[in-house]
Design a protein around this ligand. Structure first.
Ligand SMILES: Cc1cc2nc3c(=O)[nH]c(=O)nc-3n(C[C@H](O)[C@H](O)[C@H](O)COP(=O)(O)OP(=O)(O)OC[C@H]3O[C@@H](n4cnc5c(N)ncnc54)[C@H](O)[C@@H]3O)c2cc1C
Length: 197
């Protein structure tokens, strides 16, 4: 005899069970607002053993040219490059230093130099700079004093390395104040808000 599942439901005792399962399957497979004859029949619930294919990664926009330029050099910095970058930062700090610094700003200038003489990333440079600072204590009573002092100690380092001595009367021309609109980068000094700091 044919298997029970193949027999017409009327003559099969399991017919009502098959009808219930079939009806339930239809509810799972067909959207409620879809007519059964609709050719757009789509599963409401899809069980699949294979994982869905991963979506292709979105195409990232190309990095801007300045990033590409920065990324071209990946080698570690040289002692010379770190030196140039450090002097650039220090002379810029001195150029931006307030004409009338607060006590805290004067302390900060001294501490910055003392810290550099300890953690500058070149042992012989740090040790030499410690000696330079001992012989030439930081002078940061004003912007002019600080930038002249820095020019002087930079020249001490220059001399020890056999480099050209920089004319310190030209230090403001070489390292002027930053080109920030409305002088927005300027630090506030003691004459700006609270004179007694
Ligand atoms: C605190 C410190 C200590 C260092 N000690 C050593 C060391 O012991 N041994 C060592 O090998 N390297 C040392 N270096 C690095 C060294 O000083 C130079 O930075 C490096 O050799 C690159 O020199 P450079 O010729 O490119 O010009 P840099 O000396 O780096 O100067 C950069 C620019 O600053 C300008 N400049 C030069 N002199 C002055 C000045 N007096 N005042 C104002 N502006 C000036 C010039 O336009 C110059 O191009 C030290 C750096 C620092 C920051």
């Amino acid at each position: 005899s044919p298997p029970a599942a193949m027999a017409p439901s009327g003559s099969n005792p399991l017919g009502p069970v098959f009808q219930t399962v079939a009806a339930f399957s239809r509810r799972l497979l067909i959207a409620p607002d879809t007519a059964p004859e609709d050719h757009r029949l789509r599963p409401l619930l899809s069980l699949s053993l294979s994982p869905p294919a991963p979506a292709p990664p979105p195409l990232a926009p190309p990095p801007p040219p300045e990033v590409l330029k920065m990324d071209t050099k990946v080698a570690p910095l040289t002692k010379e490059e770190v030196g140039r970058a450090t002097w650039m930062l220090l002379h810029t700090i001195a150029a931006q230093f307030p004409d009338e610094p607060t006590r805290q700003q004067k302390r900060d200038a001294k501490e910055l130099m003392a810290l550099l003489s300890r953690i500058y990333p070149c042992k012989e440079c740090a040790e030499h700079f410690k000696e330079v600072l001992k012989a030439n204590p930081v002078q940061a009573g004003s912007q002019a004093e600080f930038s002249q002092w820095l020019c002087y100690v930079h020249n001490v380092v220059n001399r020890s390395l056999g480099k050209t001595i920089f004319p310190c009367q030209r230090v403001n021309a070489r390292w002027g104040k930053l080109d920030c609109p409305d002088r927005a980068c300027d630090l506030e000094g003691s004459n700006d808000i609270m004179p007694n700091r």
